[in-house]
Design a protein around this ligand. Sequence first.
Ligand SMILES: CC/C=C\C=C\CC(=O)SCCNC(=O)CCNC(=O)[C@H](O)C(C)(C)COP(=O)(O)OP(=O)(O)OC[C@H]1O[C@@H](n2cnc3c(N)ncnc32)[C@H](O)[C@@H]1OP(=O)(O)O
Length: 311
Amino acid sequence: MVLLRRVLQKHQSIRGLLGLQFRMMTSEAGHAGSSYTFKTLKVSQASDKVLHVELNRPEKMNAMNIALWREMVECFNEIAEDSECNAVVLSGAGKIFTAGIDLMDLGGEVLQLEGDDIARKTWNLRKKITKAQETFTVIEKCSKPVIAAIHGACIGAGTSLISACDIRYCTQDAWFQIKEVDMGLAADVGALQRFSKIIGNQSLVNELSFTSRKMMSDEASNCGLVSRVFPDKESMLQGAFDLASEIASKSPVAVQGTKINLVYARDHSVSESLQYMATWNMSMLQTEDIMKSVQAALEKKKTKDVTYSRL
Ligand SMILES: CC/C=C\C=C\CC(=O)SCCNC(=O)CCNC(=O)[C@H](O)C(C)(C)COP(=O)(O)OP(=O)(O)OC[C@H]1O[C@@H](n2cnc3c(N)ncnc32)[C@H](O)[C@@H]1OP(=O)(O)O
């Protein structure tokens, strides 16, 4: 506490010397231009600064059709720009989280080869696969933390989807299946690339990927794929919303900087990541949020009692 007080005093005196005023900044950005109107996704405001995105094809087990692949990108690009949103909960409407790719599309449009010769056909297929990968990478690129709340089945492309999320909660009845091998293909939209970074057990990842075996919630929890298991969907969603609200109440400069640096560190060496961090914070340490947060800590207040400017 003494240290905090000293930091605050020093910060205040420097600001005083510079003649700066401690002020609340408001921005007119926020929801301007955000519509969140989609055919396959339902987006609602769960609480202050928290959005709830639901995969919304319950009659088809939230199978991911072409519209859903596209709308996920549009949705998370909007969220990335929405300064009224600080955290997201992603779940599935209806009986299960998702049955993976819409098999009607896989047999049709997805595998259709367009082009006059083999080079052009494969070129175009590569473009399609890269575009499909973006559907989940967009979640990782969005600086707002995304909590996946999974109930029932999470199959095929669904496992790639959750691997791009920052936190995973599930219900006791949840199960996970990297099913692509049983469909005759190698999973190509993120599960193979991200699972070993999450689980840290390559043998288990290989086993799941080669066999398509179902992994139940207890194993998913033990191996670290999910961080909490709840008895049912209702309690899981409540847990996810509570967590999202807590995250959303904190400094967006701190939280979003943390996500960006965690993702960077996952893909780079410690020394590269430390350099990136130093460069990041040489600007971000100049935020007013530090002053506000330290002051709140000194006054034994919580971050939810602090008003941070939107980001
Ligand atoms: C570039 C390539 C990129 C990505 C590739 C990804 C590959 C994958 O995702 S592989 C995984 C594919 N998915 C599956 O194999 C799952 C298939 N579905 C099921 O096994 C079951 O439906 C179930 C999820 C276990 C649920 O079973 P149940 O409760 O008995 O429901 P159903 O009666 O089977 O289904 C209800 C309704 O939903 C339709 N449906 C279910 N899954 C899909 C799907 N993946 N694609 C399209 N439609 C699906 C099913 O046909 C039913 O529709 P009706 O119109 O009512 O008949």
